[in-house]
Write a protein that binds this ligand. Structure first.
Ligand code: IVH
Length: 705
């Protein structure tokens, strides 16, 4: 992360940082959700999400199609059945400061154009994992984890073993999905870890991981032996409403036999919410289970329905997080990690220290300037104190993701401590590591000859939004990369794996540890299936610096076919018509254009790309609207007074249905929705022959009348 504030970022820096954040957050998500093994603190994770959101707000055009703001959790892990949630399981927007709470109230009022009383519930945010329980005719028929919000893991058998979860309900709606948090108490966690250690089994980093690891067991008898608990706080599909208010619904869940949190209260103002926040915060250490904030929800369910959802969070709720946790420890050493684009990232190796319940032994040091006590512009940070091996450093953690070194205690520094010298050669391949002007990061210039870059690029190549090859993830890529018999050093090698394996009479893949005949057949079939790939995915998968998913989509839609694209970028150099055309694409800037052409014009890179494409059938990309709603792909303008919804509400609904909402009428406008008092826009629409309808007709059109 650069130390620049968002308003100091140039567009190129913002874009690069959004890319970096998307990657870092995806990695953290995978570690957190799929592997049950966090490597980052919660507040560091939140800080990344927050910074990502702030950059997106400042540079809306740069928002990525794989933006972390739109994503919840992670995909279902192998081995579990999949459950498509009848109603999506969402995430919550975070608030960190008191002012964010007043803002939350304000935004709701504006969105609804509501000035009367507005009540909220406040309740602890339990630090566990969410679970959706489906009851049909009073019987627990299915339990599913959140997964990516749309599809979760089927853990029904496991849920049957949890005492807090009623197996049968009396007087419940015919269909009722109860949602809440599975967690483990501090006492149970300590006892479990002691038992695990005694038996020589793995211990858990924190209660959340213990809960996740215990629930997500393919063998339900293991879950049964683990002391899991459950708090109900929400619901999914219901055949009839539980109540008219959030508070009433929670009471109803309690009446049905669920555990609900005793610290749930009704508040009539932001000030009352903050008072409850302080009260819960004061009790945090003595609750006996982990909480990481307080959740506020609009109480009136009719208002909740009107407020609706953004892409992954409801407008009617917010999680007010507790501040980050800090600890002091010694810096044992600084390691340098080399990333996909050659960035050298310094990692602090720390004397292990517990920060907010989690043992931390690594933390990020960002970049060489950060270590030296300045930001990328040369401005002093941390009072100019540099960080040296052997120093006492303050580690900052905020939740469950990458901790960072925040401060250093000079009074405890050894007199012979040496200032850290950042390497100017790549520790992995020995190539010069250089820092371009304006870049906070030093990069290895080894390109494909650098094993670290090559392997990171392969990981990116097979990642979810790139080739997404089932059975070929980061772990397998790393294994094949170092494999003497079936090496995969570059993407093209993936597509020759099956043939090379067939030609090798000895050492068949199916005879290796971790493989078998079925899994090898599956893997080869999965690879085969991805020989046919859309141009935009291919371009994104190449892992070219400054070319994220949005850029890849723009290029693919503009050139449509591989042949046209390849011809253009091979010849595009400043001053040529091909260059002018490339730069004229809306959304393509100089940084991206230079990076893409440089990659395609570099002989070694190009050879690797050509070898890959020779293995593939690249599909052209055609532009299509994203949904099949009647207004998808249409440009809509709202004017005049809307009586059944606010302007913001109308805009959000239209956009959710795939429409583009414009501020003024032009020849490109497909539809004008005009309320009473419509003036010049209605006239303009009439002149241009743009179809004009009233609010009721609009609601009928989108099926909400
Ligand atoms: S309400 C549509 N209430 O926090 C909103 N979530 O960061 C549904 N969580 O996915 C969530 N305690 O796993 C809600 N009292 C609470 C919660 C809570 C913990 C978790 C839940 C959610 C995550 C979002």
């Amino acid at each position: 992360m650069t130390d620049k504030t968002v308003d100091q970022l140039t567009e190129a820096e913002a874009k690069a940082e959004l890319e970096r954040l998307a990657q870092a957050i995806a990695t953290a998500n995978a570690a957190y959700h799929t592997l049950d093994a966090p490597d980052l603190t919660d507040s560091a994770y939140d800080a990344m999400k927050q910074r990502n959101a702030a950059i997106e707000a400042a540079f809306p055009a740069l928002k990525r199609t794989d933006s972390p703001s739109d994503q919840i959790g992670a995909a279902v892990a192998d081995g579990f059945g999949k459950v498509a949630h009848a109603v999506r399981m969402l995430s919550l927007e975070n608030a960190f400061e008191d002012a964010d709470v007043a803002d939350f109230d304000d935004r709701i009022r504006k969105y609804l154009n509501h000035s009367g009383p507005l009540a909220f519930t406040a309740e602890p945010k339990i630090d566990g994992l969410s679970l959706s329980l489906r009851y049909e005719n009073g019987l627990l028929v299915q339990a599913a984890t959140r997964g990516d919000g749309e599809v979760g893991e089927n853990v029904t058998e496991n849920a049957h073993t949890i005492t807090d979860i009623p197996q049968k309900l009396t007087g419940a709606p015919a269909v009722l999905e109860v949602r809440g948090e599975v967690y483990m108490s501090h006492a149970d966690f300590a006892a479990l870890n002691a038992r695990q250690a005694e038996r020589g089994d793995k211990t858990f980093a924190n209660p959340r991981n213990a809960a996740a690891g215990s629930l997500r067991q393919l063998d339900a008898t293991i879950t049964a032996a683990r002391p899991l608990r459950f708090f109900a706080y929400s619901w999914g599909q219901v055949s009839e409403p539980l109540a008219a208010t959030q508070y009433g619904a929670i009471q109803r869940l309690a009446d049905l036999g669920f555990q609900t949190n005793p610290l749930t209260v009704l508040c009539d103002s932001p000030a009352a919410l903050l008072a409850q926040y302080r009260l819960i915060e004061a009790q945090r250490a003595t609750l006996g289970y982990d909480i990481d904030g307080v959740v506020y929800k609009a109480n009136d369910l009719a208002l909740q329905a009107r407020l609706g959802f953004r892409s992954s969070t409801p407008r009617w709720a917010i999680a007010h997080k507790f501040p980050a946790e800090l600890a002091w420890t010694t810096l044992l050493g600084i390691d340098i990690q080399v990333g996909r684009t050659g960035a050298l990232s310094p990692v602090a190796r720390l004397h292990p220290v517990t920060v907010g319940g989690v043992v931390v032994s690594n933390a990020t040091l960002h970049n060489e300037d950060y270590i030296a006590g300045r930001d990328a512009k040369g401005q002093v940070i941390r009072g100019g104190k540099d960080i040296r091996v052997g120093d006492w450093v303050q580690v900052y953690r905020a939740g469950d993701v990458i901790p960072k070194v925040a401060d250093v205690d000079l009074s405890r520094r050894n007199i012979d401590a040496q200032a850290y010298v950042f390497p100017d050669v790549c520790p992995e391949c020995g190539s010069p590591a250089v820092r371009e002007e304006g870049d906070a990061v030093r990069r290895c210039t080894g390109g494909l000859i650098c094993p670290a870059q090559a392997v990171e690029r392969l990981k990116h190549f097979v990642s979810r939004n790139a080739f997404d090859i089932e059975g070929l993830g980061a772990k397998q890529v790393e294994m094949f990369f170092n494999d003497a018999d079936l090496p995969v050093k570059a993407p093209a090698d993936i597509f020759t794996l099956a043939q090379r394996d067939a030609e090798n009479p000895l050492k068949k893949l199916k005879n290796r540890d971790g493989f078998g005949a079925t899994s090898v057949t599956k893997l080869f079939a999965a690879i085969e299936a991805k020989r046919t790939i859309a141009l935009d995915r291919l371009l994104f998968a190449l892992g070219i610096r400054h070319l994220g998913e949005v850029g890849a989509g723009l290029l693919a839609r503009h050139y449509s076919s591989w042949t046209a694209f390849e011809a253009a970028v091979t010849h595009a150099t400043e001053g040529t018509p091909a260059w002018t055309e490339l730069m004229a694409i809306d959304g393509v800037g100089r940084t991206m254009a230079e990076s893409v052409t440089a990659a395609f014009q570099n002989p070694a890179e190009r050879a690797a790309i050509d070898a890959l494409v020779a293995q593939l059938d690249v599909q052209p990309v055609v532009w299509r609207a994203s949904t099949d709603s009647p207004v998808a792909g249409k440009t809509v303008v709202f004017t005049g007074t809307l009586e059944k919804m606010t302007r913001a509400e109308a805009k959000a609904r239209a956009e959710a249905l795939g429409a583009k909402v414009a501020g003024s009428v032009s020849a490109k406008t497909d539809l004008l929705v005009a309320g009473p008092g419509a003036g010049s826009k209605a006239k303009e629409a009439a002149k241009l022959g743009v179809q004009t309808i009233d609010e009721d007709a609009w609601l009928a059109l989108i099926g909400e009348a």
